[in-house]
Design a protein around this ligand. Structure first.
Ligand SMILES: Nc1nc2c([nH]c(=O)n2[C@H]2C[C@H](O)[C@@H](COP(=O)(O)OP(=O)(O)OP(=O)(O)O)O2)c(=O)[nH]1
Length: 145
């Protein structure tokens, strides 16, 4: 029997929910086996929290921002994305409503990526197929914007 995977919630933070061109990636500073790898900011849902409550909490703690959520990015695994043998991810589009994202805990770098640079960073293994899906959603960066 396989134990149920733990639910992780995270955000695909973009510059514009209607016409996204840039996506915010975060580099892990802990634990050891994740150091230097890039991910969607977020974390585990605590007992008693809804996934959306957990997501707002994680983004406040990790990046110091308040976000507006957009649509969920549905995955192929019962609506979510299996990211490790122990975790399943639910991911929402989001945009920053208040604050400047900073790598406060868990991360030591943040980077805005566009369609051209999206795969330049070393994404966590489980995130790669999600990022490839998002690539098709991002607008080419328009210098006039
Ligand atoms: N947040 C996040 N975690 C991811 C992603 N991709 C991926 O494989 N993971 C893995 C890394 C971790 O093993 C697990 C999430 O754990 P976490 O360390 O972010 O959770 P947390 O903030 O609640 O931390 P903790 O309370 O367990 O210390 O999921 C991703 O894009 N975002």
């Amino acid at each position: 029997m396989t134990a149920a995977r733990r639910l992780v919630v995270a955000a695909a933070i973009v510059d514009d929910l209607d016409r996204p061109a840039r996506l915010l990636a975060a580099r892990r500073s802990r634990p050891e086996h994740l150091v230097g790898r890039w991910e969607f900011p977020g974390g585990k849902v605590d007992p008693g929290e809804t996934p959306v409550e957990a997501l707002h909490r994680e983004l406040r703690e990790e990046l110091g921002v308040r976000v507006e959520l957009g649509d969920e990015v549905p995955g192929p695994d019962d609506g979510g994305w299996i990211i490790t043998d122990r975790h399943v991810l639910r991911l929402w589009f989001a945009t920053v409503a208040e604050g400047d994202p900073r790598p406060l805990v868990e991360h030591d770098d943040l980077r805005w990526l566009d369609r051209e640079t999206l795969l330049d960073v070393d994404w966590l293994d489980g995130d790669v197929r999600i990022v490839e899906t998002l690539e098709t959603v991002l607008d080419p960066v328009d210098a006039a914007r």
